[in-house]
Design a protein. Structure first.
Length: 400
């Protein structure tokens, strides 16, 4: 019959459990089948999670049973067992698992690679040692000159230092020896690759600039990936009316909608860092064009870059300034309803108008001057000159 025969807890809080089973038994994710009438097992368990860390089987053609466990050290134990032969004779056996001579080891894996612009800070643990608290010495002659080594009384320690910048990947030997006052020795021989931060930083693919109309929802995608397949973190600097989200395969979606007063060019800075500490930076321009209603190509007969709306014919530059056939260079600030707007001229004068007061077909109409705090009438004159009539002064003058 299946039963538990013994269990012990060692100083490292590992639980050792032995038992006997017939036919088959499931230990963790593994199913064991008996060879004889009964077989025995001895497993090492994490007492908190009951996760199986190691398994030993005692198997024969008849009856095999582990009756007792005696832990000498965390990596060395004795077990007592009884084994039945084909003649029905039972023999008593004492078995050994582990090393009779204590063999401490490095318990923390050394990182395989770091970036040349990353400070190296490796905290490690070692063991088991015969004495929990000890006076240790560390021989760091085989460590690179830029690595500082320190060991504590429990066998833990730290390796730290700033690797020198190189224009190529460099592999360093990390070799050191820890000795206890009781004579135990741990020799470590590992390697560390310091990567060229300029060559192996993440790659960012995006356009130099993107153009959208205000008041409209927009989105665009950038592609960021790491040649070493390291996970990436992204930190963009965005205006309040933009946001972003991650998607599959290194694609990042940026989206938003620019409101009143947001026309013009906006610089977007994007910083991406991989888990090795390698960093890349990129910039792009978001050009927000004033939206006066209608599409961006309302007249196919116009040259590329020109548009025609209720204000007339105009061309928008990427920096937000527009060239209007009557007002010349102006900065347009439409309202939410897109049927009225304020605009700023080159000399710094603000004017307001709407679709009822401006006649695009005749290239003339009424404007309210914020500077004069009065209405004016504006129209195209001979040639390219634009003139306006000041109702307060009752005089025609050059529009500016």
């Amino acid at each position: 019959t299946d039963r538990v025969s013994a269990f012990e807890l060692n100083n490292d809080r590992n639980l050792f459990l032995s038992g006997t089973f017939a036919h088959s038994i499931k230990l963790g994710n593994e199913t064991l089948n008996a060879l004889g009438d009964t077989d025995s097992y001895l497993v090492s368990l994490n007492p908190d999670t009951l996760e199986i860390q190691d398994t030993f089987l005692l198997q024969g053609l008849y009856k095999d049973q582990i009756d007792a466990i005696q832990i000498i050290r965390s990596n060395y134990l004795l077990y007592g067992s009884t084994i039945e032969s084909s003649l029905g004779e039972v023999s008593l056996n004492i078995g050994i698992l582990g090393y009779a001579e204590n063999r401490p080891s490095l318990l923390t894996p050394v990182p395989e690679k770091i970036s040349s612009n990353t400070f190296f800070n490796f905290e490690f643990k070692t063991g088991p040692w015969l004495v929990d608290q000890n006076n240790f010495t560390i021989d760091s002659d085989l460590l690179p000159s830029w690595v500082y080594a320190e060991v504590n009384t429990d066998g833990s320690g730290i390796l730290s230092g700033q690797p020198p910048f190189k224009s190529q990947d460099v592999s360093y030997d990390l070799g050191f020896t820890i000795k206890s006052e009781s004579g135990e020795i741990l020799t470590v021989s590992e390697s560390l690759v310091v990567k060229d931060s300029s060559q192996f930083s993440p790659l960012i693919k995006l356009e130099k600039e993107y153009s959208f109309y205000q008041f409209e929802d927009f989105e665009f995608t950038i592609h960021a990936y790491d040649r070493n397949n390291d996970p990436l973190l992204i930190n963009p600097t965005l205006p309040s009316w933009m946001n972003f989200s991650a998607s599959d395969s290194g694609l990042w979606e940026f989206y938003g909608s620019a409101g009143v007063g947001e026309t013009g060019s906006h610089v977007i800075e994007i910083m991406i860092v991989d888990t090795s500490g390698l960093q890349s930076n990129a910039k792009t321009l978001i050009n927000i064009k004033p939206n006066l209603g209608g599409g961006s190509s309302s007249n196919d007969a116009l040259p590329n870059g020109w548009d025609e709306q209720w204000i007339g014919t105009y061309a928008i530059s990427n920096n937000g300034w527009c060239y209007h056939t009557v007002w010349h260079w102006v900065w347009l600030q439409p309202s939410n309803n897109m049927s009225d707007l304020w605009f700023l001229t080159e000399v710094g004068n603000w004017y307001w108008t709407n679709s009822e007061n401006w006649d695009a077909e005749n290239q003339s109409g009424y404007l309210y001057s914020a500077t004069k705090k009065s209405w004016i009438y504006c129209r195209k004159d001979v040639g390219e000159q634009t003139i306006s009539y000041d109702y307060t002064e009752k005089v025609w003058e050059k529009f500016k």
